[in-house]
Design a protein around this ligand. Structure first.
Ligand SMILES: *Cc1c(COP(=O)(O)O)cnc(C)c1O
Length: 477
């Protein structure tokens, strides 16, 4: 049986004929691996028959195609979840893209002061801009919000105690757990209160000479309802001042615009948190801020200055591309243009009537192409650890037919499309599709229709390996 397998160079030659552009050395490697797997299958299973040469060639070609293109590809997000961590969170604004492009192409004044011709700081201007947009005295950007919280705790609380309400010692999305981050920073977690009710006297009673800070954590991906209590901001502020300890706030999504303007829950903005008296507020750059992946820390000037001097900052610092995109994003807020310029807010601000009109037009276009589709009202979510449980009225196109199969075909298309399945129907929610993507979305659906001509066998093999990576996104934050 093993002798029925072709030699490596035979397989390479056949594969090369199908995919001429692939480097020879890569095909040799893939042919070896493919034959090894075939051999293992034959050795494991006495009943197995050797694969045909054509099947082996298909496998080599499929793998060659899969490894020679980037893993990361554009996806049309028709899931109706605006900030979808699995799909890369906030899309960037045109201004942010242009700013990144401009500094990426050549050199920049990243750490060079053009006025004086001497060394400058990558953090200075961004700090001023953050201050202006949030009302804080100063600010700093790091790799992500997890890094922001880690840096703040490492800098101010290492070897000391940090008070956290039992209702906030939580896990937020993959791998960010407040107790673990605290431990990693070298601080000691002191839990106060109970899961549902924590009073200011619970915090007060836990304060010792060893206490460095109170840490409050935004309930980004869950709600506590019923018989509950949290201390008022004013109580926390006063207690922290009187005890001479810091109040550090992990505000998670960190909206600059008030979501209540768009019919969502009244959620305090970063400015509100600064005004409430938090010494430091940490939040993400790529959630409701609508910018690149980053963690922002805003607060009192002398505290930010100490963070800037902390050795850990070097390991957590942001690069020029992030700074370029962040500045452009923050400038949209400064110019009061965020709702028009930042995709996240454009999506949130779109009125249902506009979505309905687009859904009707898309459904009609699909029916004209022979696809059974109808416009339906739906509920979209902000997601990404922002406003848990809050939905907005939206409109979607529902596709008739086997939902899982539709979804699979759309995920594997170019561009990939991710929707959501509701009551056995695939819905493509237009809240999270930008209007300029409507035409491409229609084309992707038409190309993926089960009646469309099947792709050649070779590509199908490639798709099977890819499918393992492309499960439906989960709802973490
Ligand atoms: C999302 C979130 C984080 C993690 O932020 P990243 O930017 O993903 O590191 C931390 N805390 C809260 C409350 C969050 O919502």
């Amino acid at each position: 049986m093993l002798r029925a397998l072709p030699a490596v160079d035979r397989l390479v030659r056949e594969a090369q004929a199908h995919i001429g552009e692939a480097p020879h050395a890569l095909l040799v490697e893939l042919a070896r691996e493919t034959l090894q797997r075939a051999r293992a299958r034959l050795e494991d299973d006495a009943q197995a028959t050797p694969p045909t040469l054509a099947a082996l060639v298909d496998e080599v070609v499929a793998r060659a195609r899969a490894v020679s293109r980037p893993y990361l590809r554009p996806v049309i997000n028709a899931s109706g979840v605006v900030i979808q961590t699995n799909l890369g969170r906030a899309p960037l604004s045109e201004a942010a893209l242009a700013a990144m492009n401009a500094v990426a192409r050549g050199y920049s004044n990243l750490e060079y002061d053009l006025q004086t011709g001497t060394r400058g700081s990558r953090y200075a201007t961004l700090g001023d801009l953050l201050a202006r947009v949030t009302g804080a005295e100063s600010g700093l950007a790091v790799n992500n919000n997890a890094a922001a919280v880690l840096l703040a705790l490492s800098c101010f609380c290492q070897g000391r105690e940090v008070l956290v309400s039992r209702s906030q010692a939580v896990e937020i999305g993959g791998g960010f757990r407040i107790p673990d981050v605290l431990r990693q920073s070298g601080a000691r977690l002191v839990e106060v209160g109970t899961t549902n009710r924590t009073y200011i006297h619970d915090y007060a009673a836990a304060i010792t000479p060893d206490t460095a800070a109170i840490l409050t954590v935004h309930r980004s991906n869950f709600r506590v309802i019923g018989f509950t209590h949290d201390p008022a901001d004013e109580e926390l502020r006063r207690l922290a001042r009187e005890a001479g300890i810091l109040w550090i706030d992990d505000w998670g999504s960190g909206a600059i615009l008030a979501p209540a303007r768009y019919g969502l829950a009244a959620e305090p903005t970063v400015r509100d948190r600064v005004r409430a008296g938090c010494d430091l507020v940490c939040f993400s750059g790529d959630k409701l801020l609508g910018g690149p992946q980053a963690g922002l820390i805003v607060g009192r000037r002398e505290l930010i200055a100490r963070l800037r001097r902390h050795p850990l900052l070097r390991a957590l610092r942001v690069d020029k591309l992030t700074i370029a995109a962040l500045e452009a994003t923050l400038l949209s807020y400064l110019r009061d243009q965020a709702e028009d310029e930042l995709p996240v807010w454009r999506m949130i601000a779109t009125p249902p009537a506009a979505l309905q009109q687009r859904a009707l037009a898309l459904a009609e276009r699909l029916r004209a192409a022979g696809i059974a589709a109808e416009a339906v009202a739906s509920e979209s979510a902000v997601g990404g650890g922002s406003l848990p449980g809050e939905t907005q009225t939206s409109w979607a196109v529902a596709l008739a037919g086997a939902a899982e199969e539709w979804h699979r075909r759309l995920r594997l298309g170019e561009p990939a499309v991710v929707g959501r399945i509701v009551a056995d129907r695939l819905l493509l929610d237009l809240r999270t599709v930008l209007p300029e993507q409507d035409v491409v979305l229609a084309q992707a659906i038409i190309a993926a229709a089960p009646t469309a001509r099947p792709r050649p066998a070779i590509q199908r093999t490639a798709d099977t390996t890819e499918a393992d990576r492309c499960d439906s996104p989960t709802h973490d934050s």
